[in-house]
Design a protein around this ligand. Structure first.
Ligand code: SF4
Length: 272
């Protein structure tokens, strides 16, 4: 998907039902409570923050209606493997490596039985490939020994796998099994801080604070939209506030490039 930048002149957000925070059923929902419990219970946000978050969610849904996981995969095992490989590596590079890997190792038992060197050869183009190969073999062994060769469907079981943290588990739960989860990667964390939703750096605390602002059915799509926003507009060093549709809602909006980005540009310049 190309960058979906929209000019500031497009105006303020309109309310849109599909991305709102209202519980349309109006009924108590045990699964919602369970999802919130899994995400951790953060302090209750203010009414103003809730309203701002709702509007931000609406703008993000309008701006990136097709936001999705940018890793290529078919089924839970491939997604689990691709997510493990994506650590400190771009999705594009992972997607270049995984077709060969998935063809050679279609099942968990194939990873379990493989020689490490076989896996390493297929992912050598990725950073940390030796550690990632060990993790994939360990995951294969654990899946075969404890889960009948299948990828489990709970956060606790997924995070019991070697090398699988909460972020990876939430990616798999949300995108392979449709279980609500908030994936706090570098983009989601940065955007949540810039939008004033949290001041935390710890991913688990950020997750809890986002969970308090949105209903569980919104979590997976919201994270994809935040990641798209972070990759395409709200860059780490130089956020493109001039072309950001959130500019009227964002407490970190800047009319000029931030000093740190300017300094980074100068320091990166060969003539600088
Ligand atoms: S206004 Fe600027 S800082 Fe705020 S979300 Fe947009 S790009 Fe990021």
């Amino acid at each position: 998907m190309s960058a979906a930048k929209s000019p500031r002149s497009q105006g303020k957000p309109r309310a849109q039902g599909h991305s709102g925070t209202e519980d349309r059923s109006g009924a108590p929902d045990r699964s919602r409570a369970q999802a919130r419990s899994r995400a951790g219970a953060g302090a209750q946000p203010s009414v103003a923050t809730r309203r701002q978050a709702q509007l931000v969610g609406e703008v993000l849904a309008e701006t990136f209606p097709d936001a999705h996981c940018e890793l290529d995969f078919e089924g839970p095992l491939q997604l689990l493997v691709a997510t493990v490989l994506s650590a400190q590596c771009t999705d594009e590079r992972v997607n270049q490596a995984t077709p060969g890997l998935f063809a050679a190792f279609p099942r968990a038992t194939d990873y379990a039985k493989a020689d490490l060197i076989q896996i390493e050869e297929l992912i050598r183009s990725l950073g940390l490939y030796r550690a990632k190969a060990r993790a994939l073999k360990g995951i294969g062994v654990a899946l075969v020994e404890r889960f009948g060769g299948e990828v489990p469907r709970t956060l606790a079981e997924l995070t019991s796998l070697p090398g699988v943290g909460r972020k990876t588990a939430n990616v798999v739960l949300g995108n392979a099994f449709g279980v609500p989860g908030i994936t706090v990667d570098t983009h989601v964390g940065r955007l949540a801080r810039r939008l004033g939703w949290t001041s935390q750096e710890d991913a688990n605390k950020v997750e809890a604070e986002i969970a308090a602002l949105f209903p569980p059915e919104r979590w997976v799509s919201l994270c994809h939209q935040m990641i798209f926003q972070g990759r395409r507009v709200c860059h780490a060093r130089r956020p493109d506030c001039a072309n950001c549709r959130l500019v009227d809602l964002c407490p970190s909006a800047q009319s000029e490039p931030p000093k740190s980005a300017t300094a980074a540009r100068w320091s990166a310049s060969p003539s600088g």
